[in-house]
Write a protein that binds this ligand. Structure first.
Ligand code: NAP
Length: 285
């Protein structure tokens, strides 16, 4: 049986470290506080919001929620973002995406104070990742996938990695981070030919399609390290990754489950970013 990478355990270790950092900040009267901005009442967003608030409470980070109407205009949303930018009690801003179609997302992304941009929406923070500069914020999901690899004792130096996703939220920043760790990266997408050949020839495969159980054991070898970022529902309505876990787990070297894998680590990266924002705040005041 392949080794199952325990995302919950990795998350627990990261949280322990965050608790200590928050304690230090609080002693200096620097209270980490996350503003959570949600538009509308999407069930998935509400559940994600609840889990973020629970995690923040666990590490003693404060939260302030802003639930806005889905029909809010770009200008009104920009005004709220500006107020949060100015509010010195707020360390970081998390704006749930995707935004409704009528909102000018580019304008909003550019409105967020780069030093409060804990979800790495601002083009400047993304650009830094592409330059190999990690002084800004890292996109939470990409960093979580990287941590699932690194915190499992896997040495990336010289490894071949297939990243199946080319979005700006997951695949592109993750590929840059893997490159910075000396991996040789192949970025795959829906137009990639002979995906199976690429995955079978890669030491590590990161999947982020959003199609439940798409990959069976034929895509991997006994040595494959499989990092499953995808989250969707299977035909029975059960939460599932892109990989058919039952079919694959006995035929690979290591694998992350869904749930309990990358997703468990993602929120921790957000918490790390809030701590980073609080430290930035104290150096800027
Ligand atoms: P997205 O923008 O829809 O990206 C999907 C990617 O998969 C695209 O690059 C697409 O290629 C590629 N793709 C689709 N079908 C393919 C196929 N048959 N063969 C090869 N590539 C294919 O989605 P996203 O926002 O990046 O999210 C991806 C997944 O990650 C979703 O399941 C989402 O729920 C999950 N996610 C997880 C977390 C977490 O914390 N675990 C957080 C965020 C997102 P094209 O570019 O050619 O269309």
């Amino acid at each position: 049986m392949g080794l199952i990478i325990d995302g919950k355990m990795i998350a627990k270790e990261i949280k322990e470290d965050i608790i200590i950092q928050v304690e230090h900040l609080r002693k200096e009267n620097n209270i980490p506080k996350l503003a959570i901005v949600r538009l509308g009442n999407n069930a998935g967003d509400i559940s994600y919001e609840k889990s973020i608030m629970k995690s923040c409470t666990e590490v003693n980070i404060e939260t302030k929620n802003f639930t806005l109407d889905n029909n809010i205009s770009t200008e009104e949303l920009q005004q709220i973002i500006n107020q949060l930018n100015e509010d010195t009690t707020i360390s970081g801003i998390l704006l749930f995406r995707p935004l409704p179609k009528h909102i000018d997302e580019n304008l909003i992304r550019n409105s967020i104070n780069v030093n409060k941009d804990v979800d790495c929406m601002h083009p400047l923070n993304l650009e830094r990742i592409f330059e190999g500069d990690y002084s800004g914020f890292t996109p939470c999901t990409s960093k979580a996938a990287l941590l699932a690899i690194l915190n499992s004792g896997i040495e990336l130096d010289g490894k071949t990695v297939a990243v199946i996703n080319r979005s700006m939220v997951v695949g592109k920043p993750l590929s840059m981070m893997l490159l910075s760790n000396n991996a040789t990266v192949t970025i795959c997408h829906s137009k990639t030919n002979d995906l199976k050949k690429i995955t079978k020839n890669s030491d590590i495969v990161v999947t982020a399609l959003g199609r439940a159980k798409y990959f069976n054991k034929d895509y991997f070898t006994n040595n494959s390290i499989v990092i499953d970022v995808g989250v969707s529902q299977d035909k029975d309505g059960k939460l599932s990754g892109d990989v058919d876990f039952e079919d694959v787990v006995n035929n690979v070297g290591m694998i992350t489950p869904v749930p309990g894998g990358v997703g468990s680590i993602t929120t921790c990266v957000l918490l790390e970013n809030v701590v980073k924002a609080s430290i930035k705040k104290s150096t800027l005041i």
